[in-house]
Design a protein around this ligand. Structure first.
Ligand code: NAD
Ligand code: ZN
Length: 357
């Protein structure tokens, strides 16, 4: 089964389900060469399975990046391009991203820029990638900021074989699941209830229904991206939980906490603000009880100082004329973008830091 992503510049399918790798070979036969970009961990766990479904000789064209954010540096980007040149990739070749969001972002940027752009294919292996593999944003990091160097570049297709998720460590499951919860919050209450029911605690994230839930999440993102490919309006709603989330990530140093864990903390913050100023009726105590069961630590880290975090939030992309703006919820499924008073931000920050709501 596939979900069609329809953007102004291109239309492409996301195939999702268990065992889909079996379908790969005919989809890549037309390319003169397939360069796989993966990372160290995914290579050791799953590369053999992938190679079994690629044309003969593919094993000679595998570029292995370091795991995590270390994949998204200028050095690794340059090494990948050198690899492409040395392996004679031409305009009819393709770059295949095999890994999580970091590998996808790196590989997409390589594909978008090598010879002014060659074909790009994504085979995601993390839960988080249900988010990152949809929407066409690809980027590497600049020493002065994350994702600062990138373009919009859509893949030919995404083949999301959910069997790869079985080897994901718990912290990475939690990181990706937070984005799924985000997609539920900005779309509808029934989706959120379903997540609570299917995933009552941290041991059930890989529920048999996960592929279905991921499909729903992808559809939420696809819908928004379709309306707003280049992020001028509704796409900002995808940043629910991200204003504080990004600030916590930047403040702690990338990698200190996962993206999803930071976003979960940021969503709790945005929900607190929403109750105060957007009229949201929501049982936050019950919600934090659930995510606590899952294994999230939703308190703002005790070492974080409001002044410093606020400075990061001021620099957020959504900020206009120095006032940080937040995605708030009027109700579940009804997001809005709003400025929030600094003193309210401060008082709720201090409450959440103490674990009070
Ligand atoms: P990741 O690629 O760093 O993967 C997380 C970790 O899991 C890595 O250590 C990786 O080696 C490991 N891993 C991957 N698949 C595995 C598997 N099947 N089994 C065991 N281990 C596995 O990152 P991520 O968490 O998937 O994504 C985060 C990245 O995505 C960030 O760089 C972020 O900026 C980017 N992102 C991009 C977008 C976008 O729209 N382009 C959106 C959200 C996030
Ligand atoms: Zn995110």
């Amino acid at each position: 089964e596939s979900i069609i992503i329809d953007t102004e510049t291109k239309q492409y399918p996301v195939y999702i389900g268990s065992g889909l790798l079996e379908e790969l070979r005919p989809l890549v036969e037309k390319y003169t060469r397939v360069m796989v970009i993966t990372d160290k961990n995914v290579r050791s766990l799953h590369l053999d399975a992938l190679l079994n479904h690629l044309p003969e000789g593919a094993e000679n064209c595998v570029f292995t990046a370091p795991a995590g954010e270390d994949a998204k540096t200028f050095e690794v980007y340059k090494d990948a391009l050198t690899f492409a040149v040395r392996h004679h990739l031409d305009r009819k070749s393709c770059i295949l991203a095999f890994g999580g969001g970091a590998v996808g972002d790196l590989a997409g940027f390589v594909a978008a820029t090598y010879m002014r752009g060659i074909a790009f294919i994504q085979i995601p292996t993390t839960i988080l990638a249900h988010d990152s593999a949809v929407g066409g944003k690809v980027a590497i990091n600049h020493p002065l900021g994350k994702n600062l160097v990138g373009v919009f570049y859509q893949p030919k297709f995404v083949l999301y074989d959910t069997d790869f998720l079985r080897t994901l460590p718990k912290v990475q499951r939690l990181s990706g699941f937070a984005e799924l919860v985000k997609h539920a919050f900005i779309s509808d209450e029934a989706f959120l209830s379903e997540l609570k029911k299917e995933v009552p605690d941290g041991d059930h994230i890989l529920s048999p229904r996960l592929p279905e839930l991921l499909k729903k999440g992808i559809k939420v993102k696809a819908n928004i991206v379709q309306k707003d490919e280049k992020e001028t309006g509704v796409r900002a709603f995808l940043n629910f939980g991200h204003t504080l989330g990004h600030a916590l990530e930047a403040h702690g140093g990338y990698g200190a906490i996962t993206h999803g864990e930071a976003v979960m903390t940021g969503m709790v913050y945005a929900l607190m603000i929403s109750r105060k100023q957007a009229g949201l009726q929501f049982n936050l105590e019950k919600f934090t009880g659930w995510i606590g069961q899952l294994g999230y630590d939703w308190k703002i880290p005790s070492g974080a100082k409001f002044k410093e975090i606020y400075a990061y939030m001021e620099r957020d992309k959504k900020t206009i004329a120095q006032k940080p703006r937040f995605v708030l919820l009027k109700s579940i499924g009804e997001p809005e973008l709003a400025e929030v008073d600094k003193e309210l931000l401060r008082s709720l920050f201090e409450l959440q830091q103490k674990g009070r709501l």
